[in-house]
Ligand binder design. Structure first.
Ligand SMILES: Nc1ncnc2c1ncn2[C@@H]1O[C@H](COP(=O)(O)OP(=O)(O)OP(=O)(O)O)[C@@H](O)[C@H]1O
Ligand SMILES: [Mg+2]
Length: 220
């Protein structure tokens, strides 16, 4: 049986030589790879916030991402959750492969078709990713795996048709279509473009926000 290693209070966190991303901006974790009971694992580590006023927020982010990953346990398009440690670090399965970030070559239409159905499944489960871009997708042996569920939202069933939730699903799909166009040159079909077009209220909110933002900036 393919059992997962355990990640808990007894796990020594030795970042080895594998820093994947240094947390530089506010509430960004250090992300590194460790070896855990002979298997590779990834740790998202917010422990630099321990004892600071931001510690409760960091704990909330860890708990939230763990909860989403737990919901997706067993799904091939998300890493398996291994556990949390002291509330400020999250452990998950390491996914070998390349991210879909700029410069990656030879990503096929087929990979994007898989990604599109994966996203549709995620949405059907009531979850939006909300941060879908190249560095949050790893292609592992031809299978796209979604990473970084910090911003994901799981809407209860009764909320799933709310305009704001529909807009989040549309934004996820828009990001996917943009990545596909950038990496394979495939443009969205007319039907898809129409589906992804923003409704008037979104354009109005965006326009008002831009206007306000410029005025605020102008006063500084
Ligand atoms: N499970 C994983 N397997 C392989 N690589 C991973 C895994 N998790 C993260 N990575 C790598 O680490 C990078 C950073 O991870 P992640 O996107 O989760 O952190 P982040 O963007 O700093 O997070 P946040 O948005 O929560 O601040 C990813 O872009 C990816 O390259
Ligand atoms: Mg990320």
């Amino acid at each position: 049986m393919n059992t997962l290693p355990t990640f808990d209070g007894d796990t020594p966190l030795v970042p080895a030589n594998q820093l994947l991303k240094r947390g530089e901006r506010l509430l960004e974790p250090d992300v590194y790879r460790i070896e855990l009971q002979g298997r590779l694992a990834v740790v998202k580590d917010y422990r630099r916030y321990r004892g600071t006023p931001l510690s409760p927020v960091a704990r909330l982010l860890v708990r939230h991402e763990a909860k989403v990953l737990r919901t997706l346990q067993g799904w091939k398009h998300a890493p398996a959750l291994l556990g949390t440690l002291g509330g400020l670090a999250l452990g998950m399965e390491f996914i070998p492969g390349d991210t879909l970030s700029a410069g990656v070559q030879g990503v096929t239409q087929e990979v994007f078709d898989q990604l599109q159905s994966a996203l549709a499944r995620l949405h059907a489960a009531g979850i939006t990713h909300n941060d879908l871009h190249g560095t949050n997708v790893v292609i592992s042996a031809g299978v796209p795996v979604l990473l970084d569920f910090t911003s994901a939202l799981r809407a209860p069933r009764w909320m799933r048709n709310w305009p704001i939730i529909r807009q989040l699903r549309r934004s996820d799909m828009k990001n996917l279509v943009k990545m596909r166009q950038r990496l394979t040159g495939q443009r969205p079909s007319a039907e898809q473009a129409a589906l992804l077009a923003e409704p008037g209220w979104v354009q109005a909110v965006r326009g008002t926000w831009k206007h306000l933002y410029r005025r605020i900036k102008g006063q500084q």
